[in-house]
Each structure stands twice: as structure tokens, then as C-alpha cells.
Design a protein around this ligand. Structure first.
Ligand code: GLP
Length: 245
């Protein structure tokens, strides 16, 4: 389902309705929300905070699972995705911090990172899977940190970040050199296991990636094209992001 709305503010409001419907509709005592970072979902998180304040959503017993994390940032680094989600989701939405799960990017070597990635998959499975997975899209079509070329059935694993992604994310750091070179990310197969996928995108910079994802071939060269493979995927776009559809 593709919904095109005039402004990013309306995208945020409509996307929040999709999340509330999905979590409440799941009818589970401990529903699971899949969390994305980046700027795209920030308006959505603010709308969800309004829904919590209005009593339409209660995340006290929910769990949040992040898509990805950088490797090698010092614990508590303000740009680590754990810290970002504690700030943007846990505090304003009342999701208890101990109910936030983020892939572990602190492993000292590859074996530790690989073990952490496998443990994350088990934790996700033990929680009963994701009810609603919020997704942004990279300008190169990446999903989470699944860069072009990622296997369509991949699971949580260590990945190298592309130069494009490191440059795109340099705005959150003191320059590109400071952006980590590696990450731990849910795989595309992991993302596809969620019961509902919700893509949010705004702005012309995303138009090409959105068009490739939603109307191009299902292909590892545009990882977000896996949305076409999912039975319950919703894309909520503003007119700029949808202009090449
Ligand atoms: C980041 C994140 C993705 C996010 C994407 C787009 O690198 N790992 O999960 O969707 O890039 O970011 P933004 O929403 O800031 O454009």
C-alpha cells in the first residue's frame, strides 16, 4: 500500500496511525515495535508521543527492537543508536529502557560481534517477532544498514558501511572520518519476518530510492525493494519523495 500525503507533518500523523493500529491490533500483552533511526522517523516518534499522552497507546509493556547499530563507538556515545533511541523513543514514549534492544556493536573482535548478532536474532525470536517495523530508506536504497548487494535472505550480521552512507551520516558526527566503518544490522530476511512493514520517506533526496524500491525490480541492488515481497507493507510518503512514482 502506498500513501502519498502533501507534507512531512501529514506523513508523520498517518504513519503514527499505522503504528498504533498495528500494535493495538496485534492484541499481544507485550507487542513488539521495530525501531529505525535517522531523521525520517523523528516526526512519527513525536506523533506517537502525542498518542501516548492522549492514552491511545501504551508502551509500558511493549518491547522495542532497533534495526541496527554502529560498531566501535564508545558506550554512551550520543550518536550510538542505543543513545538515539533512548532519547527519541524511550523517554518521550514511555518505553522502559530495559525493554529497548539494540544490536551489540561493542564486541572487541569479529567473533564477539558475530556472537552478539546471533544472540540478537534469538532475542527477537524469543519476543515473538516484530509486530510493526518502522523503516526509513537510505538515498542508495539501503534498509537498516543493508547496503546495495545485501543478500535478500540475510540475517543480523556485521557489515561494512558504504562510502555514500558514511558521507550521508557525517552530519551527525564531526566529519566523515568520525563515522564508524562498520555496523551490526538486522538482515533483509530478519526485516521481512516482521508482521507489518512501515516505510516513511520525505523529500526529493529520497525520490529515486523510493521509486526503485516500490516500482523497480526486486533486487539486491536496491535492498528496500524487498518491501514488494512482503504481504503487509505500507509506504507513507510526502509528495516530494513520491515524485518519481
Ligand atoms: C541510516 C539508518 C537507516 C535510515 C537511513 C536513512 O543510516 N541506518 O535505518 O533509514 O540511514 O536516514 P535518514 O532518515 O536520516 O535519511
Amino acid at each position: 500500500e502506498v500513501l502519498v500525503l502533501p507534507t512531512p507533518a501529514e506523513v508523520a500523523r498517518r504513519a503514527a496511525e499505522v503504528v498504533v493500529d498495528g500494535l493495538v491490533g496485534a492484541g499481544r500483552p507485550e507487542p513488539v515495535l521495530g525501531l529505525a533511526t535517522g531523521s525520517s522517523p523523528l516526526g512519527l516518534y513525536a506523533e506517537l508521543a502525542n498518542a501516548v499522552a492522549a492514552g491511545r497507546l501504551d508502551l509500558t509493556h511493549a518491547r522495542g527492537f532497533a534495526l541496527d547499530e554502529y560498531v566501535g563507538l564508545t558506550p554512551g556515545h550520543p550518536q550510538s543508536y542505543r543513545e538515539v533511541l533512548l532519547r527519541e523513543v524511550c523517554a518521550p514514549l514511555g518505553l522502559p529502557p530495559e525493554r529497548l534492544h539494540v544490536p551489540d556493536g561493542s564486541g572487541v573482535d569479529e567473533a564477539a560481534l558475530v556472537a552478539g548478532a546471533a544472540a540478537y536474532e534469538r532475542l527477537l525470536e524469543g519476543a515473538g517477532g516484530v509486530d510493526v517495523q518502522i523503516l526509513g530508506i537510505g538515498a542508495n536504497g539501503h534498509l537498516g544498514f543493508n547496503e546495495p548487494g545485501s543478500a535478500l535472505s540475510s540475517r543480523t550480521r556485521v557489515k561494512r558501511l558504504s562510502d555514500r552512507t558514511r558521507a550521508d551520516n557525517a552530519r551527525f558526527f564531526d566529519g566523515t572520518e568520525e563515522v564508524p566503518t562498520h555496523c551490526v544490522t538486522q538482515g533483509l530476511g530478519t526485516v521481512l519476518d516482521a508482521r507489518r512493514l512501515l516505510l516513511v520517506a520525505s523529500g526529493v533526496a529520497k525520490a529515486e530510492a523510493v521509486a526503485a524500491a516500490l516500482e523497480g525490480p526486486l533486487s539486491a541492488s536496491c535492498p528496500a525493494s524487498v518491501l514488494q515481497w512482503h504481504a503487509d507493507a505500507v509506504a507513507v510518503l510526502d509528495e516530494d519523495a513520491a515524485r518519481l512514482l
